[in-house]
Design a protein around this ligand. Structure first.
Ligand code: GDG
Length: 485
């Protein structure tokens, strides 16, 4: 790729992510855009407002071309994807190759050259759009595994910009990562960034080790020395790989949790559930990484043995639809629904349902009401970059009560150290943890919850994006003002 000039009127802060933070609303006479709130938007909104900000991403509709537009003080730049690219780049390479590979091969990743070809093509489109959008010397923050090649491409196109990359999902050990036929290109792609952020220190260490083994590149502390690559048009530079654990908007959730309407709604939910002594909750995308089956197995066995009874306990499992066209996702849904059906068939009574299962999504306010209504939260992921649900539950427990069962394989385990930690593969251990959570005395709940809430009040999503962008800026200053094109 050859360098291109900076645009005359560009943005000085650019977010590049697979999806734009908006949804197309075609319900009215005129189609409009609605912002879809999410952690990332909240995290970067203050930066977007204080600087000339732009967001590059796909609008979520295949084969449609949209012009850039402004919404809620953000400049949005849609990238077009054809339906073939949605199949190969998004569902294929991103979600059926990289996603399972980066989550400990819980299901086997598929390697297809046609998917890889589409992944490169789409990444180049994103990189070129970023190159046309970023002002001279701008900061560009690229997000997640769908866009791992963008940093290197952008560096070749626009050596003047400062590039950050954040990997929201785990980064696997070399022994697993090395299966990828295109491992070398993926590593070089991410290493085009000045700063590469991961959820956990272990992810960053896995990444640095991969760079050492595969490329033979030397590392010092967090830094990786990337030599010049004349063929790809990049100069020698240093790339830093470090942990920046993402978090939640604690203040907003706290405000929600104090809203009288939401508090009343939580009480109503408990009444509708039949006023059980203990409400247990699970909230996940329907994904094989989330350990929903393991959780149901443990819960089912506790009911079988009589350790728990539907006289006083119920489980609410919200599993929001996700990636439904992929085989592995249809399969996990079938397995979960079979398990729910079995448990309910064997243990439910009239007005005493063992599992309340929902395969649809809820508005934010309703989700908060569920968090408020739940005495026990189960997060049993087999592998998870962070898991924001665990942090949201804690942030909503304004009474400092409730118990969190948390998988040690979720990034959140590094911060929520007072949770009841589990290895979800150990069903006996998981059963013990669920019982402990159900029976936990109020004083112990308070002690644990208060400590976790205090920590999240400070380590919120605003602090996360600030820490990442501050470090990126420092690295940029250390570089000593490179020439702008
Ligand atoms: C990836 C990584 C990492 C879920 N159902 C509903 C709903 N949600 C919201 C939750 C939460 C978010 O979706 C899910 O975030 P998670 O972090 O739990 O998991 P992933 O979707 O897998 O996210 C993960 C994350 O990126 C951020 O870096 O933590 O490890 O896999 O906010 O509340 N929200 C609403 N209705 C629902 O039905 N409104």
């Amino acid at each position: 790729l050859e360098p291109v000039p900076a645009p005359a009127a560009g943005a000085d802060f650019v977010v590049v992510a697979n999806r734009l933070p908006v949804d197309r609303d075609t319900s009215g006479d005129e189609p409009t855009w609605r912002t879809s709130p999410g952690g990332l938007v909240t995290g970067v909104a203050p930066v977007m407002r204080s600087r000339e900000g732009a967001w590059i991403g796909w609008a979520g509709i295949a084969d449609e071309e949209f012009e850039p537009f402004d919404l809620d003080s953000m400049h949005l730049v849609p990238v077009r994807l054809s339906s073939e690219e949605v199949v190969r780049y998004y569902e294929g390479f991103s979600n059926a190759t990289l996603w399972p590979l980066f989550h400990d091969v819980i299901v086997p990743p598929e390697f297809h050259r046609t998917w890889w070809e589409a992944y490169q093509r789409v990444n180049e489109r994103f990189a070129r759009t970023a190159a046309q959008t970023a002002a001279a010397g701008a900061t560009v923050w690229v997000h997640d595994y769908q866009l791992l090649l963008v940093p290197e491409m952008l560096r070749a196109l626009r050596p003047d910009v400062s590039i950050g990359f954040f990997n929201h999902i785990p980064f696997p050990p070399w022994e697993i990562f090395s299966q990828l036929p295109w491992r070398r290109e993926i590593l070089a792609g991410a290493l085009g960034a000045d700063l590469i952020g991961f959820q956990r220190p272990a992810d960053a260490a896995n990444f640095r080790r991969a760079a050492r083994i595969d490329r033979g590149w030397s590392t010092a502390g967090m830094d990786i020395r990337v030599p010049a690559d004349p063929e790809r048009g990049t100069a020698a530079h240093v790339s830093r790989a470090a942990a920046f654990p993402i978090s939640i908007d604690a203040e907003e959730l706290d405000a929600y949790s104090h809203d009288p309407q939401i508090i009343e709604r939580a009480a109503q939910i408990r009444r509708d559930l039949g006023d059980p002594a203990v409400v247990i909750l699970g909230v996940d995308r329907m994904d094989y990484t989330k350990g929903i089956r393991h959780r149901l197995k443990a819960y089912g066995e506790l009911l079988d043995s009589g350790a728990l009874s539907t006289d006083d306990v119920t489980l609410v499992q919200i599993a929001t639809p996700s990636r439904e066209r992929l085989d592995q996702y249809q399969q996990i849904r079938t397995e979960v629904e079979l398990a729910v059906g079995r448990i309910n068939g064997e243990h439910s009574g009239l007005g005493k349902q063992a599992v309340h299962y929902f395969h649809h999504s809820f508005p934010r306010a309703e989700m908060t009401a569920f968090y408020l209504a739940a005495d026990v939260m189960l997060v049993t992921a087999l592998r998870d970059g962070m898991n924001l649900v665990a942090k949201e539950y804690v942030a909503c427990r304004t009474g400092d009560d409730g118990a969190l069962v948390l998988s040690e394989f979720a990034g959140a385990a590094d911060q929520l150290t007072q949770a009841l930690m589990v290895n979800p593969h150990d069903i006996a251990g998981l059963k013990r943890a669920i019982r402990r959570a159900v029976e936990m005395p109020k004083a112990a709940q308070h002690r644990r919850m208060q400590a976790m809430r205090r920590r999240l009040a400070k380590e919120n999503v605003q602090a996360w994006s600030q820490a990442f962008l501050d470090e990126l800026e420092e690295l940029d200053e250390d570089k000593g003002g490179q020439a702008t094109p």
